[in-house]
Design a protein around this ligand. Structure first.
Ligand code: SF4
Length: 247
Protein backbone atom coordinates (compact mmCIF):
# COMPACT_ATOMS: atom_id res chain seq x y z
CA UNK A 1 0.00 0.00 0.00
CA UNK A 2 2.30 2.78 -1.27
CA UNK A 3 -0.18 5.52 -0.98
CA UNK A 4 0.67 8.32 1.34
CA UNK A 5 0.72 10.83 -1.53
CA UNK A 6 -1.53 9.09 -4.05
CA UNK A 7 -3.83 11.74 -5.49
CA UNK A 8 -6.04 9.22 -7.31
CA UNK A 9 -8.33 7.13 -5.08
CA UNK A 10 -6.68 3.77 -4.51
CA UNK A 11 -8.32 0.61 -3.27
CA UNK A 12 -6.55 -1.91 -1.07
CA UNK A 13 -7.75 -5.42 -0.28
CA UNK A 14 -6.22 -8.53 1.27
CA UNK A 15 -5.25 -6.47 4.28
CA UNK A 16 -4.17 -7.99 7.58
CA UNK A 17 -6.45 -7.74 10.57
CA UNK A 18 -5.76 -8.38 14.20
CA UNK A 19 -8.58 -8.52 16.66
CA UNK A 20 -7.65 -7.36 20.11
CA UNK A 21 -9.68 -9.32 22.68
CA UNK A 22 -9.47 -6.33 25.04
CA UNK A 23 -10.94 -4.11 22.31
CA UNK A 24 -13.82 -6.54 21.70
CA UNK A 25 -14.56 -6.66 25.41
CA UNK A 26 -14.40 -2.86 25.57
CA UNK A 27 -17.20 -2.78 22.97
CA UNK A 28 -19.02 -5.17 25.31
CA UNK A 29 -18.75 -2.65 28.14
CA UNK A 30 -15.85 -4.27 30.01
CA UNK A 31 -13.40 -1.90 31.67
CA UNK A 32 -9.77 -2.80 31.02
CA UNK A 33 -7.94 -4.18 34.09
CA UNK A 34 -11.14 -3.83 36.15
CA UNK A 35 -13.71 -6.26 34.75
CA UNK A 36 -12.56 -9.85 34.31
CA UNK A 37 -14.59 -11.85 31.75
CA UNK A 38 -15.80 -15.28 32.84
CA UNK A 39 -14.77 -18.48 31.11
CA UNK A 40 -18.21 -18.55 29.52
CA UNK A 41 -17.72 -15.08 28.04
CA UNK A 42 -14.27 -16.03 26.73
CA UNK A 43 -15.72 -19.12 25.07
CA UNK A 44 -18.33 -16.95 23.32
CA UNK A 45 -15.55 -14.59 22.29
CA UNK A 46 -13.56 -17.43 20.70
CA UNK A 47 -16.68 -18.65 18.88
CA UNK A 48 -17.46 -15.15 17.61
CA UNK A 49 -13.86 -14.65 16.54
CA UNK A 50 -13.84 -17.89 14.55
CA UNK A 51 -17.11 -16.87 12.90
CA UNK A 52 -15.83 -13.37 12.22
CA UNK A 53 -12.69 -14.65 10.50
CA UNK A 54 -14.81 -16.25 7.81
CA UNK A 55 -16.99 -13.19 7.29
CA UNK A 56 -14.64 -10.21 7.36
CA UNK A 57 -13.62 -8.73 4.00
CA UNK A 58 -11.32 -5.80 4.84
CA UNK A 59 -11.05 -3.07 2.22
CA UNK A 60 -9.61 0.44 2.23
CA UNK A 61 -9.91 3.32 -0.21
CA UNK A 62 -7.57 6.26 0.20
CA UNK A 63 -6.69 9.48 -1.54
CA UNK A 64 -4.30 12.36 -0.72
CA UNK A 65 -5.23 15.94 -1.66
CA UNK A 66 -3.11 19.09 -1.52
CA UNK A 67 -4.08 21.69 1.07
CA UNK A 68 -5.00 25.00 -0.56
CA UNK A 69 -5.81 27.10 2.50
CA UNK A 70 -7.01 27.06 6.06
CA UNK A 71 -7.41 28.73 9.42
CA UNK A 72 -7.26 27.79 13.09
CA UNK A 73 -10.34 25.57 12.76
CA UNK A 74 -10.43 24.92 9.03
CA UNK A 75 -8.69 23.03 6.22
CA UNK A 76 -9.33 23.75 2.52
CA UNK A 77 -8.43 20.89 0.22
CA UNK A 78 -9.72 19.40 -3.02
CA UNK A 79 -12.41 22.08 -3.33
CA UNK A 80 -13.80 21.20 0.12
CA UNK A 81 -13.82 23.29 3.29
CA UNK A 82 -13.49 21.15 6.40
CA UNK A 83 -14.29 22.71 9.79
CA UNK A 84 -12.32 20.87 12.46
CA UNK A 85 -11.89 22.48 15.89
CA UNK A 86 -8.29 23.49 16.69
CA UNK A 87 -6.90 21.57 13.75
CA UNK A 88 -4.11 24.08 13.02
CA UNK A 89 -2.85 23.73 16.60
CA UNK A 90 -3.25 19.95 16.61
CA UNK A 91 -1.60 19.20 13.27
CA UNK A 92 0.66 22.25 12.77
CA UNK A 93 1.77 22.99 9.22
CA UNK A 94 0.56 20.44 6.65
CA UNK A 95 0.86 20.30 2.84
CA UNK A 96 -1.83 17.73 2.14
CA UNK A 97 -4.56 15.70 3.74
CA UNK A 98 -5.20 12.01 3.28
CA UNK A 99 -8.84 10.95 3.23
CA UNK A 100 -9.60 7.29 3.77
CA UNK A 101 -12.52 4.95 4.27
CA UNK A 102 -12.23 1.39 5.48
CA UNK A 103 -14.74 -1.37 5.95
CA UNK A 104 -14.84 -5.00 6.99
CA UNK A 105 -17.86 -5.60 4.73
CA UNK A 106 -21.50 -6.35 5.35
CA UNK A 107 -21.50 -10.15 5.75
CA UNK A 108 -20.79 -9.88 9.46
CA UNK A 109 -23.82 -7.65 10.03
CA UNK A 110 -26.03 -10.10 8.13
CA UNK A 111 -24.82 -12.91 10.39
CA UNK A 112 -25.43 -10.76 13.49
CA UNK A 113 -29.04 -10.20 12.32
CA UNK A 114 -29.51 -13.94 11.73
CA UNK A 115 -28.21 -14.72 15.21
CA UNK A 116 -30.59 -12.18 16.74
CA UNK A 117 -33.47 -13.71 14.78
CA UNK A 118 -32.43 -17.10 16.16
CA UNK A 119 -32.39 -15.55 19.67
CA UNK A 120 -28.69 -16.34 20.08
CA UNK A 121 -28.18 -13.03 21.79
CA UNK A 122 -24.77 -13.43 23.53
CA UNK A 123 -23.10 -14.66 20.33
CA UNK A 124 -24.88 -12.01 18.22
CA UNK A 125 -23.70 -9.19 20.47
CA UNK A 126 -20.16 -10.60 20.67
CA UNK A 127 -19.95 -11.00 16.88
CA UNK A 128 -21.11 -7.42 16.49
CA UNK A 129 -18.26 -6.33 18.81
CA UNK A 130 -15.78 -8.44 16.82
CA UNK A 131 -16.88 -6.52 13.70
CA UNK A 132 -16.43 -3.16 15.44
CA UNK A 133 -13.00 -4.12 16.76
CA UNK A 134 -11.96 -5.38 13.30
CA UNK A 135 -12.97 -2.08 11.67
CA UNK A 136 -10.99 -0.21 14.30
CA UNK A 137 -7.99 -2.48 13.74
CA UNK A 138 -8.16 -1.85 10.00
CA UNK A 139 -8.23 1.94 10.42
CA UNK A 140 -5.27 1.74 12.79
CA UNK A 141 -3.33 -0.45 10.37
CA UNK A 142 -3.91 2.01 7.52
CA UNK A 143 -2.86 4.94 9.73
CA UNK A 144 0.30 3.16 10.87
CA UNK A 145 1.25 2.16 7.34
CA UNK A 146 0.77 5.70 6.06
CA UNK A 147 2.89 6.97 8.96
CA UNK A 148 5.74 4.62 8.15
CA UNK A 149 5.61 5.23 4.40
CA UNK A 150 5.49 8.97 4.99
CA UNK A 151 8.60 8.85 7.18
CA UNK A 152 10.44 6.83 4.55
CA UNK A 153 9.48 9.47 1.97
CA UNK A 154 10.67 12.31 4.23
CA UNK A 155 7.30 13.52 5.40
CA UNK A 156 5.05 12.95 8.37
CA UNK A 157 1.52 11.64 8.65
CA UNK A 158 -0.57 12.63 11.66
CA UNK A 159 -2.94 10.53 13.66
CA UNK A 160 -6.38 10.10 12.08
CA UNK A 161 -9.52 11.97 13.00
CA UNK A 162 -13.08 11.18 11.99
CA UNK A 163 -16.28 13.19 11.50
CA UNK A 164 -18.41 12.90 14.63
CA UNK A 165 -15.43 12.92 16.98
CA UNK A 166 -13.52 15.67 18.81
CA UNK A 167 -16.01 18.33 17.76
CA UNK A 168 -15.86 17.60 14.02
CA UNK A 169 -19.45 17.73 12.78
CA UNK A 170 -20.77 14.38 11.49
CA UNK A 171 -22.39 16.27 8.59
CA UNK A 172 -18.91 16.78 7.11
CA UNK A 173 -18.90 13.09 6.22
CA UNK A 174 -20.42 14.33 2.98
CA UNK A 175 -17.37 16.48 2.20
CA UNK A 176 -15.03 13.67 3.22
CA UNK A 177 -16.84 11.29 0.85
CA UNK A 178 -16.52 13.85 -1.97
CA UNK A 179 -12.76 13.89 -1.31
CA UNK A 180 -12.58 10.12 -1.24
CA UNK A 181 -15.71 8.35 -2.55
CA UNK A 182 -16.56 5.14 -0.74
CA UNK A 183 -18.35 3.38 -3.60
CA UNK A 184 -15.10 1.79 -4.80
CA UNK A 185 -15.21 -0.38 -1.67
CA UNK A 186 -19.01 -0.53 -1.42
CA UNK A 187 -19.42 2.03 1.38
CA UNK A 188 -22.33 4.48 1.09
CA UNK A 189 -23.59 7.36 3.18
CA UNK A 190 -27.25 7.72 4.11
CA UNK A 191 -29.06 11.02 4.69
CA UNK A 192 -28.11 10.97 8.37
CA UNK A 193 -24.45 10.65 7.35
CA UNK A 194 -24.15 7.10 8.67
CA UNK A 195 -22.18 4.63 6.63
CA UNK A 196 -23.39 1.34 5.19
CA UNK A 197 -21.97 -1.24 5.91
CA UNK A 198 -22.07 -0.11 9.51
CA UNK A 199 -18.67 -1.62 10.29
CA UNK A 200 -16.89 1.13 8.37
CA UNK A 201 -14.72 4.04 9.47
CA UNK A 202 -13.93 7.23 7.55
CA UNK A 203 -10.94 9.31 8.51
CA UNK A 204 -8.61 12.13 7.65
CA UNK A 205 -4.87 12.51 8.30
CA UNK A 206 -2.58 15.51 7.84
CA UNK A 207 0.60 15.15 5.75
CA UNK A 208 3.69 17.33 5.69
CA UNK A 209 7.33 17.44 6.82
CA UNK A 210 6.44 19.87 9.60
CA UNK A 211 3.23 18.15 10.71
CA UNK A 212 2.91 17.71 14.47
CA UNK A 213 3.21 14.09 15.45
CA UNK A 214 4.05 14.35 19.15
CA UNK A 215 1.04 12.14 19.80
CA UNK A 216 3.02 9.33 18.15
CA UNK A 217 4.63 8.70 21.49
CA UNK A 218 1.22 7.21 22.20
CA UNK A 219 0.66 5.95 18.67
CA UNK A 220 3.99 4.11 18.56
CA UNK A 221 3.10 2.15 21.70
CA UNK A 222 0.32 0.35 19.91
CA UNK A 223 1.59 0.53 16.33
CA UNK A 224 1.60 -2.48 13.99
CA UNK A 225 4.96 -1.57 12.46
CA UNK A 226 7.07 -3.47 14.94
CA UNK A 227 10.35 -2.96 13.10
CA UNK A 228 9.81 0.73 12.36
CA UNK A 229 13.14 2.55 12.43
CA UNK A 230 11.39 5.77 13.44
CA UNK A 231 9.67 4.36 16.51
CA UNK A 232 9.54 6.88 19.36
CA UNK A 233 8.33 4.57 22.09
CA UNK A 234 8.45 0.81 22.65
CA UNK A 235 5.44 -1.23 21.56
CA UNK A 236 3.09 -2.09 24.38
CA UNK A 237 0.11 -3.16 22.34
CA UNK A 238 -2.05 -6.02 23.45
CA UNK A 239 -3.02 -6.69 19.83
CA UNK A 240 -1.97 -10.16 18.77
CA UNK A 241 -0.69 -9.81 15.25
CA UNK A 242 -0.75 -12.24 12.34
CA UNK A 243 1.92 -14.81 12.93
CA UNK A 244 1.87 -13.97 16.59
CA UNK A 245 -1.58 -14.93 17.57
CA UNK A 246 -5.13 -14.14 16.66
CA UNK A 247 -5.26 -14.90 12.97
S1 SF4 B 1 6.20 2.94 15.13
FE1 SF4 B 1 5.58 5.09 15.41
S2 SF4 B 1 6.75 6.22 13.83
FE2 SF4 B 1 6.75 4.04 13.24
S3 SF4 B 1 5.01 3.78 11.84
FE3 SF4 B 1 4.32 3.31 13.93
S4 SF4 B 1 3.43 5.20 14.71
FE4 SF4 B 1 4.71 5.74 12.94
Amino acid sequence: MKAQLSTAPRVFTALPLAIDPAEVLRFQGYKKDVDVPSGEVLAIFEEALALGRRLLTPRVVYRAVAVTGGAADRIDAGGERLHIPQIARLWGSIDAVGAGICTVGEAIEGQVRELFDAREFPLAVMLDSVGSAAAESLAEYANDLLCQQGLRAGTRVTNRISPGYAGWDTAEQVALFRLCPGDAIGVRLNEACFMTPGKSISWLVGIGPEARVDHYFTQCRRCWMRDCAYRRAPAETTVRHPGGGVW
